[in-house]
Structures are given as C-alpha cells and as structure tokens.
Design a protein around this ligand. Structure first.
Ligand code: FDM
Length: 208
C-alpha cells in the first residue's frame, strides 16, 4: 500500500499550521508513517528568493515569482513521489492551489497560472480551510507579509472555490476553520481517516 498524499490549503489566519501538526500527531499515534512538507519551502535556494520577496526585501515581476513558487514544488516533487511509493503518508501545508489562487488574485490569467504546475504529484485529498474575512479579523487580522491584505485574501478565497469545484466529491473538502481548534481537528480527522491507508496504485498527476 502506498502512502496517502494529503494537502491542506487555506487562507491566512485559518489555523492551518496548527492543524497540520495535530494531524501529524494523530497519524503517528495511529501507526501511520508520516512526513510533513510545507510550501513555500523557504530552506532551498529558490525558497530563499521567495522568502525575500514575501518579506518585501526584493521586487520581482508577478510572473517571475509565480514560476519560482512552482519551481519550488518541482524541486521537491521527486522526493514526494518516492516517499509515497515507499508507504509514507504526506501532509503538505499549501500546494499548487495556493500557487494558482494567489497569483490569479493578483490579476494573472488562471490558466496561465495553472500550466507550470500541471503534472506534479496530485493529492489524494485536499482539505480547504475556509475562514471569513470577519473571523480572520477577530483573530487579530493579517500579519506583515506581502499577501496578508484583506482585499487580496477575499479574492483568493473566491479562487480556491473555483479550483475546488473542479474536483470530484471526496477529493476536495472544505472545512469551516472559523470554529474551535478541537472542532476543526475532529472534522479534519473524519475526512483523513476515510482515505488514509486506503489508496494504492500509481500517484496521479495534477491537472493533466
Ligand atoms: N503563496 C504560497 C503563493 O503566492 N504561491 C504559492 O505557490 C504558495 C505555496 O505565499 F501568502 C503565498 C501564500 C502566502 C505566502 O505562505 C506564504 P505561508 O504559508 O504563510 O508561508
């Protein structure tokens, strides 16, 4: 049995990072070998360029930064695929859906944004953490980084909706991330336990 590829997507302030670590603990205690990935992975050479851009320490053309985010996934795609084949389940904090949603929210054409990510390992399950701008505001608002602005986050939310609607039911699920940590964690676990350890065969390819 191969590992299951789980992607967690969502808006800023949706509690995604906390839930990823809870999910990791729960998977490990159920005896599932698991490895976390996070995009952007700021540790690689490409990731460092992305980090500098996000912290407004450098300027880049919208298309150039889009392609760097994509390259950052491609440079780890082989490791993801190998781990899955070896039976390790992967939980990934953001993936190509963030790539498309954020760049398209800035005004780039959606299909142009999608094309360089086509062919990446496809997740078996994507969980979208949805949060209203009002709840995000109650949680202390957005931070300092480049994309943490309410108007942009609203457009990103709409675009995640468009991307999710293309999936067959069960492959993309939306979780109301405006609730308590415990409620969200239970909901995530309910979805994850339906697929984990139950997928086999070759890893699918995204958008082809
Ligand atoms: N982001 C993230 C993108 O614009 N494109 C991408 O491909 C990815 C993976 O980078 F605002 C955006 C989303 C977010 C920012 O993400 C950094 P983290 O999760 O806060 O590190």
């Amino acid at each position: 049995m191969r590992g299951t590829f789980i992607v967690i997507e969502g808006l800023d302030r949706s509690g995604k990072t906390t839930q990823v670590s809870t999910l990791q603990t729960w998977l490990e205690s159920s005896g599932t070998p698991v490895k976390l990935f996070k995009f952007p992975d700021r540790t690689t050479a490409i990731g460092q360029m992305i980090d500098s851009y996000l912290r407004s320490q450098s300027e880049l053309d919208d298309r150039a930064i889009h392609l760097l985010f994509t390259a950052n996934r491609w440079e780890l795609a082989t490791s993801i695929e190998r781990l899955l084949e070896q039976g390790t389940t992967i939980v990934c904090d953001r993936y190509a859906f963030s790539g498309v949603a954020f760049s398209a929210a800035k005004g780039l054409p959606l299909e142009w944004c999608r094309s360089p990510d086509a062919g990446l390992p496809a997740p078996d399950l994507t969980i979208f953490f949805d949060i209203s701008p009002e709840t995000a505001r109650e949680r202390g608002g957005y931070g300092e980084e480049r994309y943490e602005k309410e108007e942009l986050q609203k457009r990103v939310r709409g675009l995640f909706g468009v991307l999710g609607a293309e999936f067959e039911s069960g492959k993309w699920v939306t979780v109301d991330a405006g609730r308590s940590r415990e409620e969200v964690a239970e909901d995530v676990w309910r979805h994850v336990s339906k697929v984990v350890g139950k997928v086999d065969g070759p890893v699918a390819r995204l958008w082809i």
